[in-house]
Design a protein around this ligand. Sequence first.
Ligand code: GAP
Length: 442
Amino acid sequence: MADVMDNTVSLCKRKGFIFQSSEIYGGLNGCWDYGPLGVELLRNIKETWWRAMTYREDIEGLDASILMHPRVWEASGHVDNFTDPLVDCRSCKARFREDLLSDEQRSAGQCPTCGNKEVLTEPRAFNLMFKTYVGPVEEDGSRVFMRPETAQGSYVNFLNVQTAMRHKLPFGVAQIGKAFRNEINTRNFLFRTREFEQMEMQYFVRPGTEDEWYEYWKEERWKWFATIGIPTRKLRWCEHEQLAHYARAAVDIEYEFPFGWGEIEGVHNRGDYDLTQHEKLSGKSLKYFDDASREKILPSVVETAMGASRACMVCLVDAYHEEEVEGEKRVVMRFHPRVAPLKAGIFPLVKRDGMPEVARKITADLRSHYPVFYDERGAIGRRYRRMDEVGTPFCITVDSQTLGDETVTVRERDSMAQDRVPIADLRDQISRRMEAWEMPLN
Ligand code: GAP
């Protein structure tokens, strides 16, 4: 299983999905760069989420700033509570999260790196927020935080959105954006990083109805993973036993990564914790005036919170497959076409007889609708394999028959089956096949 992880990471670099940040300087721990194909994959995931979450009557989009007034983070509880217990090894100087040590290591004070016993310090609360300064003077009064979640931007804008869009309860505010956490240990590629992107939605509801909306959003979010091609059998629920400082109830959707089960998304019943806190610290009312009952209401919040970068990692490890075809290893990324970075590869069988010109024309036509790749180099089999390795669902080949009857072959990535399609129908056919694409979900 660990091989899947290593192979995925190595393919990601080789094929331009993910690069280590500042690699030529030795890298920066917990930071990754999305290459030409990675950025398309990530955008497709975010687009799928955005459509599902905001192209509906009751949810609006928002893009709040990363830097916010520092009191926001006092109100939210992050200044006091957003900490991990940090322990140091006195022997090899490694640092760990105490809550991630095994019971054995904890009771023996044993360092997971050097193995020495009785070398761990007492745990200290380490705040995960990155700090920086606004303006030229680095003093306490100008200190701000890089947001550790997008949610607070939605809470402080709750009344702005409600008033501008004339919403009644319930309604939601959705955001996609960067978040930063100074994690003690970054781990497992894109899984736990210091800079990452979140896709979060805050749903404001009448107090007393939060339980039913919590159930509603659990179901909606579970269903969404099928739209990016993630099989249900690789997902499970995990109820929180220990709740975050803001939560009344919380549940995670976990995915079975090669290194074990790990959280991808959380659904949280946050009650009125956040809005109450912001009222208290800002001194401003955040109550919503309900026309029907003529009363002022402080809504409760149900939140759905996912890492876009973590969802990207799920798509990458889930897509990775190796198989044997005609005695040779075939590596194929089985992305759902909706998230696949390239939708089609287009090849002239040979570089003569007008085939490149026809293939170029098809490329230009399809490229005005989605990303495609033109390739005339090497044997046709190798060109197919290169597209398989980056998960391109269709390969279109122009051959000598094309010059006579204006048809091309269309090869489907997973079955490798080929059929002939008239050039005039190509765009429609590809769109229809992408729409009808079925992944084995159970
Ligand atoms: N607003 C609530 C909130 O931020 P969270 O469970 O701390 O809740 C939500 O984070 C999601 O953000 C997680 O489920 C995970 O997918 C992603 N996430 C959190 N920390 C991350 C990290 N260090 N690296 C990558 N993704 C992370």
